[in-house]
Every structure is written in C-alpha cells, then in structure tokens.
Ligand binder design. Structure first.
Ligand code: DQA
Length: 143
C-alpha cells in the first residue's frame, strides 16, 4: 500500500507549539513512531507538510497521478476554512482519512466549523500521535 500523509500549516512547529495541546513531539517524531509501530507491515508512506494551501492541493492532485492508494491528512487550520482542499480531496478516488492531534470539538467554537472533513471517509481526532497510528491501522484493516 502506497500512502501519502499530508500536514497543514504550523504542524512544522510541533514540539514547541502549544505543547499542552499538541504534545512535545515533532512531526518527524510522530512519523518515526508510526514507522516503528508498523514495521511488520509492508507499505510506502511519504510524509509532507506545508504552510501553503496551494502545496497541499497540488500534492493531493499528484496523489492520483502517482497512483497512491490512500491519503491521511491533517489539514490543520485549513480544516476550518478550505473549500479548495475539500474539492481536491473529493477528486481523489483512493481512501482518505482526516486526522487531528487534538479534539477540535472540545476547543474554541471556530474549530467546530469543519469544511475539509466531509471529503474524507472518516476522521480520527483527539489522540495525539495515536490519531495517525489509528488511521494507518484502519487502512490495513480487512473487512
Ligand atoms: C489540528 C487542529 C486544528 O484546529 C488546528 O488549527 C491545528 C492542528 C490538530 O491536529 O489538532 O493546527 O489540526
């Protein structure tokens, strides 16, 4: 399985950014944790992060051309604003899972508006780095 993992704005600051909300680990630490937990499984995962909405849209479009099977995306603040990322995700035919480190439903009211979320097959949020791990595990689940 070939998976693209996308991260939106300010996730490059994980580790130092509001650690009481997002934890003390960097995005690279989370990637290493997931790879370590899943080392028995055969898959390719490419992790990309950008503060730019355009980059995220271009990478989602490329995912189809590159034949990726699934996208795991944490759109970060773009979750609450971006119709363009929603549309790009809708155009991707593979599996899509949105993840969030924090439980956005338990935070400020503006985070309860979710635009991108409806474009994914499901959402996992509130479990820190385990949100990512659970998303990967779901992709490997057989029904
Ligand atoms: C976030 C939640 C968003 O509301 C916020 O803007 C982020 C991170 C999370 O992973 O908890 O940047 O997506």
């Amino acid at each position: 399985m070939n998976i693209l993992v996308l991260g939106g704005p300010n996730l490059n600051l994980l580790g130092s950014r509001e650690p009481e909300v997002y934890g003390k680990e960097s995005l690279q630490d989370i990637e290493n944790f997931v790879n370590d937990e899943l080392k028995a499984l055969k898959f390719t995962a490419v992790w990309k992060q950008s503060n730019s909405e355009a980059d995220l849209i271009n990478w989602i479009q490329e995912a189809s051309r590159d034949g990726r099977d699934a996208i795991i995306i944490n759109p970060a603040a773009f979750t609450h604003t971006s119709v363009a990322i929603y549309d790009a995700l809708k155009a991707f035919n593979g599996k899509k899972i949105e993840v969030h480190l924090s439980n956005t439903n338990a935070r400020e009211d503006f985070r309860k508006t979710k635009i991108t979320t409806g474009a994914s097959d499901g959402v996992i949020e509130g479990f820190g780095k385990y949100s990512y791990l659970l998303a990967f595990k779901q992709l490997f689940e057989k029904y």
